[in-house]
Design a binder for this molecule. Structure first.
Ligand SMILES: O=CC(=O)O
Length: 349
């Protein structure tokens, strides 16, 4: 008994300051379950004030401490990528859950039919992520081509090994960029590349004539043509069964030895073992990745040991402005569902 009361009255980490479980149980605003630890800290800063205008946030870590008392309170789950696993077990433990809202556009980590089978809707935040994600793609391309990371290290250490003379950069301006996946983000990348006078090739399931004309891009019905001709290949497709390991040893071997692979979609779209081998054997010049599997990549992973790789911890959407809008969209969707209305961004399969 003492343990239970002690647990109920112990202040816990919450977004809006320390709260006890008793306090959480008596909040007037509807409760949402959300991830805290494991996600980059910047998210919390943007996240808390916007969400707490409408909801009481129960961090997942708090939920795990007293699932029995808290589970009935939870009406919505907010997720960011796969940090909080929305599996059958979690669904069964939340009898009053109405909606799972994903911060971001990719919902490959959610089993939508399974979630829907509990009468629960799934929403995401399309459109708002497009510019930030395209920006990170351009950033990775420039950083890899112009040795920005190496230059930074050399400036700090004055160690020639950090920036050997043999590792000159290469021009982005005027080079050929192959975009695999001409959806909203792919198109934003193409528009940016136009400003760099790049020759733009793209491969997509369907030809996108309007976008093609707008940015002066050339359609490659065959991905092979794009791989063979591009100096930079940027992967921007959604992850699905059809795109899993889309870029493997065979595709890497088709690329120019001077070319760079940039991945801003999902780690699993590229066969990582094949990529390690291709980089070790200099089949391609370099890789610049916002996404890997797993994320973050374990310390000492063979990919991280290579000099010609840049790896980011999946931060394509992580700018203050984008996050703010994304969280507002998450709130709008959750409020719509809880109010009995159709949410603007329901994901249907
Ligand atoms: O990865 C980011 C997103 O899916 O929006």
């Amino acid at each position: 008994m003492f343990h239970l009361i002690h647990r109920l009255e112990t202040p816990l980490l919450s977004f809006g300051g320390a709260r006890t479980i008793s306090q959480l149980l008596n909040m007037e605003k509807p409760c949402i379950l959300a991830t805290t630890f494991g996600a980059p800290r910047g998210i919390y800063k943007c996240f808390a004030p916007v969400v707490e205008k409408h909801f009481t946030i129960i961090p997942h870590e708090t939920f795990l401490l007293d699932q029995k008392n808290l589970s009935e309170q939870i009406k919505a789950v907010f997720v960011w990528g796969g940090a909080l696993k929305v599996d059958r077990g979690l669904m069964q433990s939340l009898p009053n859950l109405k909606v799972v809202v994903n911060g971001g556009v990719g919902v490959d980590h959610l089993d939508i039919p399974m979630i829907n089978s509990f009468g629960v809707k799934v929403c995401n935040t399309p459109h708002v992520v497009d510019n930030a994600t395209a920006d990170i793609g351009m950033g990775l391309m420039l950083a890899s081509a112009r040795k920005i990371v190496e230059g930074h290290h050399y400036s700090l250490t004055h160690n020639n090994e950090d920036m050997p003379e043999s590792s000159m950069g290469m021009d982005v301006s005027g080079a050929t960029l192959g975009i695999i996946g001409m959806g909203r983000i792919g198109y934003k990348v193409a528009r940016r590349a136009q400003g760099f006078d790049m020759k733009i090739l793209y491969h997509n399931r369907n030809r996108r004539k309007e976008e093609e004309r707008a940015v002066g891009a050339m359609y490659c019905a065959n991905m092979e043509d794009l791989l063979q001709q591009s100096d930079f290949v940027m992967v921007v497709v959604n992850l699905s069964l059809a795109t899993q390991k889309l870029i493997g040893a065979k595709e890497l071997a088709m690329m120019k030895p001077t070319s760079t692979l940039i991945n801003i979609s999902r780690g699993l779209v590229v066969d990582q073992d094949a990529l390690v081998e291709a980089l070790q054997k200099k089949v391609i010049r370099a890789a610049a990745l916002d996404v890997t599997y797993p994320e973050p990549l374990p310390i000492g992973h063979p990919l991280a040991a290579l000099p010609n790789v840049i790896i980011l911890p999946h931060i394509g959407t992580h700018s203050v402005e984008t996050m703010q809008i994304m969280v507002e969209k998450m709130v709008t969707n959750a409020l719509a569902v809880l109010g009995g209305n159709q949410p603007p961004d329901e994901v249907k399969v």
